[in-house]
Design a binder for this molecule. Sequence first.
Ligand SMILES: C[S@@+](CC[C@H](N)C(=O)[O-])C[C@H]1O[C@@H](n2cnc3c(N)ncnc32)[C@H](O)[C@@H]1O
Length: 275
Amino acid sequence: MNEKQNGKQKEALVKELYEKYPYPARKNITKEGAIYFARWAADSFDSDATYWKGKEVLELGCGTGELDCGLALSGARVIAVDFSSSSIKNAKALAKRLGADGKVTFLCKNILELNGDEFGKKFDAVIALGSLHHTIDAKKGFEIACANLKNEGIIVIGLYNKYARFRHRLKRFLLWSFCGADIEKRILFGEKHFGKNIKAGKAWLADKYGQVHESYHSVSEIKEWFKENGIEFVSSKPKLKIARIGEIKWLLKKKGAFFVMTGIKSATKYLFTAD
Ligand SMILES: C[S@@+](CC[C@H](N)C(=O)[O-])C[C@H]1O[C@@H](n2cnc3c(N)ncnc32)[C@H](O)[C@@H]1O
């Protein structure tokens, strides 16, 4: 097994990891804590948590559901999808504990097996934070996200950056060299040699070091995806002026290894580019 292993095997290992270590599995999260994530997501397009009131939202790769509960508590109706059944179980329990369960539906599904008519409706916002780069085809995942978006709807995607995650990519080279695809070995090796954020717990270590598959993307590449799918670029987080130079600055300043890009589905542009 190596970094280039075939898709289905990789996908099975990604699923195994999150079945065993649901992520982020934040302990003792409160309503205010969950709403913080909803505010953080809205901030990626320079808005605030009030934006979500009355909105229909789809989250792809929801993990343990903290953001979805925050969106629901901010007034959105949410459908959240993840293929880890243990994450979905935790997410449902969290929604019940926070009193958000009436407004959020958690579904155990593979993002790449969804289609644009999956839910019988389109959404005001589709969010995929930290999930598409763990699928075996991030671009296809993005196209599925766009297919579920209403015209004038907002898309928010968070991905690993090709340049700014360079330091971590070096660590992954060592993980592959010494531990191969053995999830437990990778976690122990990562904890021993690189792990600093021990307080964040095992789920964090598993996500960071146990993970066998992640893809990397640049701002220019995502802008290209946006164009191809009729999405107008709105904002990036962190902000940057010039792609590539800005991303190398992110690397030097140790930020942007995980970056968020936001766009709006433009009805006119979509029609214009259709043929
Ligand atoms: C790093 S976690 C991110 C969780 C959450 N969005 C967050 O930001 O904390 C990635 C999640 O994507 C899910 N995932 C990865 N590939 C998937 C796929 N093909 N279909 C559905 N979920 C997937 C994993 O199960 C995991 O819960």
